[in-house]
Design a protein around this ligand. Structure first.
Ligand SMILES: *Cc1c(COP(=O)(O)O)cnc(C)c1O
Length: 397
């Protein structure tokens, strides 16, 4: 089928899409309407933790769809109980609320912190967040985000999100007042260009928030579920936050997210929080299948090894092209370019023939790699061969 035969005019233009319609996926590979194959190192923005259409997800969906799709969030269902148990056993948290997107989970975290402030801290409501942070696209989570330009985009913003500087503890302390209830951050700032918080900064934040009676919220929508080589990225720093949000990888490609909190912080009263699809068995059954795959012996150790391999190959590639190295954690990594041609490289890589490559450029001088967590070493090598072709096209030999 030709692209011109698709009536794409009816699809709202929220971004400039290339003239491609994807029809099939398997593992690290996607296929478009014309039958061309692409190696996918974006994976729906770190969503498809197990790659495209993996067997555990297909099996879980088939089984659950024959049993029960949605009894209503006002009743218990088996898969959501099973997934909540697994997540609390694997973390420092005691309670889980399921939602459908990262932004919705973060909205829940913001509401929970404000509720906690009403009950315990005289109505304190401010949540300190960070410059360049990304927490989602609802009004409150856009206000919590520190993306340049977002403060005026849909003004007025939701009040109460003063911005500190990432990895700078003094800048956080300077913002604390008697209206402050929490500090919220990504353990690795993803959209900002894969900028990890140092373990020391996370430890300092834990100490500072304890000292002032504030909640520490980690947004692990991108970093959670094995992406950085541990089940949750906060575990690298040996700290215990009060609230965590998960999204993206938790559903391995289906809409599922979660808000987790420690017992003392779980202060929603009946009616405070909810949603039509929250914790529905179809999605949480997938969550169980994804979790069990990640938690199987050796899986996360392999993510660490693959992350090291990706880092090594990135460094070698960087040296070959005289660039600025790489950074990241586990399988969330970025190659730092020596010029601002990330966008052109992304397009050239995609348009390579006969096989294309999908990578992402969150900043003009960066390429971000977020392959499936079960990507193979061979696929990592193919990625750099394809990238080399794209570089030669854009920059010349
Ligand atoms: C992607 C992302 C979100 C938003 O998730 P959606 O599912 O797109 O709403 C929030 N926080 C972080 C850190 C993210 O990477």
């Amino acid at each position: 089928m030709e692209f011109s035969q698709f009536r794409v005019q009816a699809v709202m233009e929220i971004t400039q899409r290339p003239e491609l319609v994807f029809v099939r996926g398997e593992g690290s590979w996607l296929e478009d309407h014309a039958g061309k194959r692409y190696l996918d190192f974006v994976q729906g923005w770190a969503v498809n933790a197990l790659g495209h259409n993996p067997e555990p997800i297909r099996a879980a969906l088939h089984q659950q769809v024959d049993r029960l799709i949605n009894p209503s969030p006002a009743f218990y269902n088996e898969p959501s109980i099973a997934l909540a148990d697994r997540l609390t056993d694997a973390s420092c948290f005691d309670k889980v609320f399921f939602a459908n997107s990262g932004a919705e989970a973060n909205e829940g975290a913001i509401k929970l912190a404000r509720r906690y402030g009403q009950i315990h801290r005289n109505g304190a409501y401010k949540i300190i967040t960070f410059t360049n942070a990304f927490h989602g696209r609802t009004l409150a989570t856009m206000s919590a985000s520190g993306k340049p330009g977002w403060d005026t985009l849909f003004a007025p913003q939701v009040d109460g999100f003063p911005k500190a500087t990432y990895n700078d503890i003094a800048s956080v302390e300077a913002l604390i007042d008697d209206q402050t209830i929490a500090v919220m951050l990504e353990p690795v700032q993803g959209e900002a260009g894969v900028v990890p918080a140092t373990d020391e900064f996370l430890q300092q934040l834990r100490e500072l928030t304890r000292k002032h009676g504030l909640l520490l919220i980690v947004d692990e929508v991108q970093t959670g579920m094995g992406r950085t080589g541990k089940m949750f990225a906060y575990q690298h720093a040996g700290i215990e936050p009060d609230i965590m949000t998960l999204g993206k990888g938790i559903g391995g490609g289906v809409p599922l997210s979660a808000l987790l909190a420690r017992e003392e912080v779980s202060c929603f009263r009946p009616g405070d929080q909810g949603g039509t699809y929250n914790g529905n068995p179809l999605m949480t059954a997938v969550g169980v299948a994804v979790f069990d795959t990640l938690a199987a012996p050796g899986f996360l150790e392999n993510v660490v090894k693959l992350g090291e391999l990706l880092a090594q190959r990135s460094l070698a590639f960087s040296a070959k092209w005289g660039m600025q190295g790489e950074r990241g954690r586990g399988l969330l990594r970025a190659l730092v370019l020596d010029r601002e041609d990330g966008g052109q490289i992304v397009e050239a890589a995609r348009d390579l023939a006969p096989v294309g490559l999908l990578v992402n450029s969150p900043r003009p001088n960066l390429l971000r790699f977020m392959p499936a967590l079960n990507v193979t070493p061979e696929e990592i090598d193919i990625q750099f061969e394809l990238l080399d072709q794209a570089f030669r096209q854009v920059r010349g030999a």
